[in-house]
Design a protein around this ligand. Structure first.
Ligand SMILES: Cc1ncc(COP(=O)(O)O)c(C=O)c1O
Length: 483
C-alpha cells in the first residue's frame, strides 16, 4: 500500500495523517480493506504497535471500522469536493500557521482512546451532585441572562465573586475592574502573547512546563528561553541577563514536577521583574487543591509593583468543558487585554458566566471544592498506596500533597522500555502517559505523569495492580534478553 509519511512528529501520527489524506483525497475509498497490521508493519518498516495505534486513532475518529483480527475497512463517508482539493491549490499558510503546525503534534502525543483505566492528566472529577446542580444553574441562567451579552470583560457579578474567592483563598486583594473573564488559562496565555509580545521577543518558560503554554507562545513567534526548576521552583540565578518580555511560572505547584516556589525565590523573581521591567504570568492552575492544610498565598499577593498577571481557571476545579477562567490584570495592561479579548471572541459565554456567578454566590462552588479536596486526597492516597504495593521501588514517586497528578520516575529503565511499557499497558486497558512531553530537553530518565482525577480509589488500586503486572512483563522480557 503506497503511503507517504511526512516525517513530522511520532510515526503513528504520520501514518494516521497519511491514511486520512488518502481517504480525503479519494484514493482510499469506502469499504476498502486496509492491510493487516503485521503486513503493513513489514511493508513500511515500522513496528506493529505503531500501525495498531494509528488504526485505533482512525477508528476512534470514524475513518475506519472493524477491529484488529477481523480486518479494518474504510468507513462509508460523504467526502465533499472541497476535501478533494489538491494540496497545490491551498494558499501557503501564514507564519503563524507554519509555526503552529510545528508545535501542534506535541499535543497529540498519544491518540485519545477510551480505556477502562486511563491515567490521563486533566480528566475531570465527575460528580453526580455537581452535574445536577450545574444543570439547574444553567437552566436558570438561560432564563435570566440578557440576550445582549455580558460585556467583554465579563459579568460583573462573577468578577465580584472571583474577587471574594481570591481574597479568602489566595490572599489576593483586587477589584472586579481588574478581572477579565477568559476561556480558561489557555486563552490567558494566548492573550498575553498578543498583548505583550512581538514576533521574536523572548519569554521565559519553566523547564519542565505545561506544553499548552509552550505551544501558544511559540505559535505566536515567541523565542522561548527555558529556565530550570528545582525543589524551590524556578532557579532565579539562571534567568537571562537581557530582559525577557514575559516570565511564565506555576509557583503554587510547579507543573508538572509539583515543587512549591519558596518565599526567597518568589521575592527574587519579583525583584528581577521589577529591575528588568518585564511581566510575570502566574498560572495558578490547581491552587485550590492542597491536602496538607497549609494555605499557600499566590505570588500576586506579594506583588507590590503590579507586575504579576494572575491566571486562574474553573476547568480544573469544576470541569474541563466549562472553558471558563479569569485573569487579574495589572492596571497598566487592563485595557489592552480587554481589547485583545474583544478582538478574539467578543466575550466568554454569558449564560455560563451567569450560572457560575449564581453557583458561587449560593455557596455551591465552595461546597464542591470541599467535596473535591476530600475525594481527590482519597484518590491520591489510593494511587500512591497502589504504587507502593504493586510497583514498589521500581518507581520514584514525587510526593507533593497537592493537585491532580503524581509524577513517577523510572530511573532503572531506558526510554525504549518505558515506551514498550506504555504500549503494553494500552493493550491491557491502562493509559500511562509520559512526562517528557512537558520538557524541552528529555529528562535523564523516563517518567510518567499519572492523573488520578478520573478514577475512583478502587479503580486506581486496580490500575496500579495492572501497572505492576505490565512492568513485571517488561522486566521478564529484559531478563530473557540478557540471559
Ligand atoms: C499548568 C497548566 N496550565 C494551564 C492549563 C490550561 O488550563 P485551561 O483548561 O484553563 O485552559 C493546564 C491544563 O491542563 C495546566 O495543566
Amino acid at each position: 500500500m503506497f503511503l507517504q509519511l511526512d516525517g513530522h512528529g511520532p510515526q503513528y501520527a504520520q501514518l494516521t495523517r497519511a491514511i486520512k489524506a488518502g481517504i480525503l483525497n479519494g484514493r482510499l475509498t469506502s469499504g476498502m480493506r486496509l492491510p493487516p497490521t503485521r503486513t503493513l508493519a513489514l511493508e513500511l518498516g515500522l513496528s506493529r504497535i505503531t500501525i495498531l495505534t494509528a488504526y485505533e486513532q482512525l477508528r476512534a475518529d470514524g475513518f475506519i471500522r472493524g477491529c484488529a483480527g477481523s480486518g479494518s475497512y474504510i468507513s462509508t463517508l460523504q467526502i465533499t469536493q472541497a476535501l478533494h482539493a489538491p494540496e497545490s491549490t491551498v494558499a501557503p499558510p501564514s507564519r503563524y500557521a507554519q509555526r503552529a503546525r510545528q508545535v501542534y503534534d506535541r499535543t497529540h502525543y498519544q491518540p485519545h482512546i477510551e480505556l477502562p483505566y486511563d491515567l490521563q492528566y486533566g480528566t475531570p472529577l465527575t460528580n453526580v451532585e455537581l452535574s445536577a446542580a450545574w444543570g439547574h444553574e444553567l437552566a436558570r441562567a438561560a432564563t435570566y441572562t440578557a440576550l445582549r451579552g455580558v460585556g467583554t470583560q465579563g459579568l460583573h457579578a462573577l468578577r465580584q465573586q472571583i474577587c471574594d474567592y481570591l481574597a479568602l483563598r489566595r490572599g489576593i486583594t483586587t477589584l472586579p475592574e481588574n478581572v477579565l473573564i477568559v476561556n480558561g488559562t489557555q486563552q490567558a496565555y494566548t492573550l498575553s502573547a498578543r498583548v505583550l509580545i512581538d514576533e521574536n521577543d523572548s519569554a521565559v518558560l519553566e523547564e519542565p512546563h505545561y506544553f499548552g503554554a509552550y505551544q501558544a507562545l511559540v505559535a505566536h513567534g515567541v523565542r522561548v528561553h527555558s529556565v530550570r526548576t528545582d525543589s524551590e521552583g524556578i532557579v532565579c540565578d539562571e534567568l537571562p541577563d537581557s530582559a525577557p518580555r514575559l516570565i511564565c511560572v506555576t509557583p503554587s505547584h510547579q507543573f508538572p514536577s509539583g515543587a512549591v516556589m519558596s518565599l526567597p525565590r518568589r521575592l527574587e523573581l519579583l525583584r528581577y521583574a521589577a529591575a528588568k521591567q518585564c511581566w510575570i504570568l502566574e498560572d495558578d492552575y490547581d491552587g485550590e487543591f492542597r491536602y496538607d492544610g497549609r494555605p499557600l498565598a499566590a505570588l500576586r499577593s506579594l506583588d507590590e509593583e503590579d507586575r504579576v498577571i494572575y491566571a486562574g481557571t474553573f476547568t480544573k476545579a469544576l470541569f474541563g468543558s466549562l472553558r471558563l477562567g479569569y485573569m487579574v490584570l495589572p492596571v497598566a495592561l487592563r485595557d489592552d487585554f480587554v481589547m485583545a479579548k474583544y478582538f478574539s471572541d467578543i466575550s466568554s459565554s454569558g449564560i455560563e458566566q451567569t450560572a457560575l456567578a449564581h453557583f458561587m454566590e449560593d455557596g455551591g462552588f465552595e461546597r464542591h471544592l470541599r467535596y473535591a479536596r476530600t475525594e481527590l486526597q482519597a484518590r491520591r492516597e489510593a494511587l500512591v498506596d497502589g504504587l507502593r504495593r504493586y510497583v514498589g521501588d521500581r518507581v520514584d514517586i514525587v510526593d507533593t500533597p497537592a493537585g491532580m497528578h503524581v509524577v513517577v520516575w523510572l530511573r532503572d529503565y531506558d526510554y525504549a522500555s518505558v515506551n514498550a511499557l506504555i504500549a503494553l499497558a494500552r493493550q491491557r486497558g491502562l493509559g500511562l502517559h509520559p512526562v517528557e512531553v512537558h520538557y524541552l530537553k528529555p529528562p535523564p530518565y523516563p517518567g510518567l505523569i499519572l492523573g488520578y482525577c478520573g478514577l475512583s480509589p478502587n479503580a486506581l488500586r486496580e490500575a496500579m495492580q495492572l501497572f505492576g503486572k505490565c512492568l513485571d512483563e517488561i522486566d521478564a522480557k529484559a531478563r530473557r534478553r540478557t540471559a
